[in-house]
Design a protein around this ligand. Structure first.
Ligand code: ADP
Ligand code: ASP
Ligand code: MG
Length: 404
């Protein structure tokens, strides 16, 4: 029996009837040598349209109904793509999350996949039929529709690839692969032939939206080889490799940036055991992921506690901080929503010093002030003013000669 390949097509790839027709050709071609399972995003712009529709009655629509609505974009594209395949003489059937039991947690809009009915998908393949599965959608234990967070179709695809033991998951998108940085910010960014799983995890986590972080986490956990490639141009794309290369590792492999961040500083909190937990515990209970966390050295028993979250969680965090007022004493709360993050990632940083100082020097020469610095073994993240972030990416890309 031929092996299974999961092919995922993003929004731009299926953005029009013509594009859906082109994608059907890619699938038809691939189906001649492998069994193909398809995962599809909503047509470009469709999810945003649905999100805006939902905001007509309230800034904070009911979470269950919000997901029920925004998940419908994928339903449309999956059925249309099945029709396009029929027109080319292939057998194909669209499947929603509920039809393949894509079970998730019940955190609406950021649900996590629990399991999926691989048997069902394999049965469809046995009938020589191509399953076209809606990305992004899930269902809870009780059958409510959930969604996996923006960009979540990538995660649907990798999770399915893991469950059906596919030999590879191909993520088709609107760029030729994974680049040294977002080619929309740095037009001469270079496409990489391969990147380590570890680096991709960091780049995706720090905002490289070319693949959702959780998709990389799944690939890493279940050893799924993932390739990112274009549905517009021919080419091999970029392989996210499971094995570390034995070749010399690049000092900096890529740069990621992320806007829409908010920085909260609790100024003058007590430097006593339990403070960090009293602040971050309730925030995590509210299902908010905290990103950068910094606490300063204390003066007179008081310190500043700073953390960043995504803008969409700003309101939630505000109300949590309001709730813990009695428990955590502080002088002022400073909220800054005009910030962004820029991160350098490279496994070579492990063995070579000086990356950070080079980055700081290059940024200072262009008058970019760094508000927070946060490092890990293979990553340096800097929080800066949002208006300067594209410039910072360009400066760093040049400094580390990533276009070469
Ligand atoms: P899709 O709709 O196919 O899922 P996305 O818009 O979610 O596509 O992701 C592709 C986009 O990711 C590219 O158009 C590019 O602007 C952006 N991107 C950000 N960082 C990178 C990177 N390092 N390499 C390639 N693309 C990147
Ligand atoms: N349609 C969803 C979004 O726009 C999911 C995806 O495209 O991956 O975020
Ligand atoms: Mg995407």
């Amino acid at each position: 029996m031929s092996e299974i390949i999961v092919q995922k097509f993003g929004g731009t790839s299926v953005g029009s009837v013509e594009r859906i027709d082109a994608v059907a050709d890619i699938i038809k071609n691939a189906s001649q040598s492998n069994k193909i399972v398809v995962v599809v995003s909503a047509m470009a712009g469709e999810t945003n349209k649905l999100v805006n529709l939902a905001k007509n009655f309230s800034e904070n629509p009911n979470k269950r109904e919000f997901d029920a609505l925004v998940a419908t974009g994928e339903t449309i594209s999956s059925a249309l793509l099945a029709m396009a395949l029929h027109s080319k003489g292939l057998k194909a059937k669209s499947y929603s999350a509920s039809q393949i039991s894509m079970r998730t947690t019940d955190s609406f809009s950021k649900a996590r996949i629990l399991d999926v009915d691989a048997k069902k998908i394999l049965e469809v393949l046995e009938e020589d039929t191509i399953p076209i599965i809606t990305g992004f959608q899930g269902i809870t234990e009780t059958g409510d529709v959930t969604t996996l967070g923006r960009g979540g179709s990538d995660t649907t695809a990798v999770a399915i690839a893991a469950q059906v033991k596919a030999k590879r998951c191909d993520i088709y998108t609107d760029v030729d692969g994974i680049f040294t940085t977002d080619p929309k910010i740095v037009p001469n960014a270079k496409k990489l032939d391969s990147i380590t799983m570890e680096e991709m995890l960091e780049l995706a986590g720090q905002g490289a939206k070319v693949i959702q972080t959780r998709a990389v986490e799944f690939a890493n956990k279940y050893n799924v080889p993932v390739r990112v490639l274009s549905s517009f141009n021919n080419g091999n794309g970029t392989l996210i490799s499971l094995k570390e290369d034995t070749m010399e590792n690049a000092l900096v492999s890529g740069i990621a940036s992320q806007k829409n961040q908010v920085k909260f500083t609790l100024h003058g909190v007590g430097d006593i055991p339990g403070t960090a937990f009293k602040i971050l515990g309730p925030i995590s209970d509210a299902d908010v992921e905290v990103d950068v966390i910094v606490q300063n050295v204390s003066v007179d028993g008081k310190t500043d506690f700073t953390f960043t979250v995504s803008s969409e969680d700003q309101e939630t965090v505000n109300s949590v901080i309001e709730d813990i007022k009695e428990d955590v004493e502080y002088r002022d709360l400073i909220v800054n929503s005009d910030i962004a993050k820029v991160s350098l990632v490279g496994v070579g940083m492990r063995s070579q010093a000086g990356v950070a100082s080079r980055a700081f020097k290059a940024l200072s020469e262009k008058d970019v002030n760094i508000q927070i610095i946060c490092t890990s073994e293979i990553k340096i993240t800097m929080v800066i003013d949002e208006s300067l972030v594209d410039k910072a990416v360009q400066v760093l890309h040049e400094e580390f000669e990533l276009d070469k």
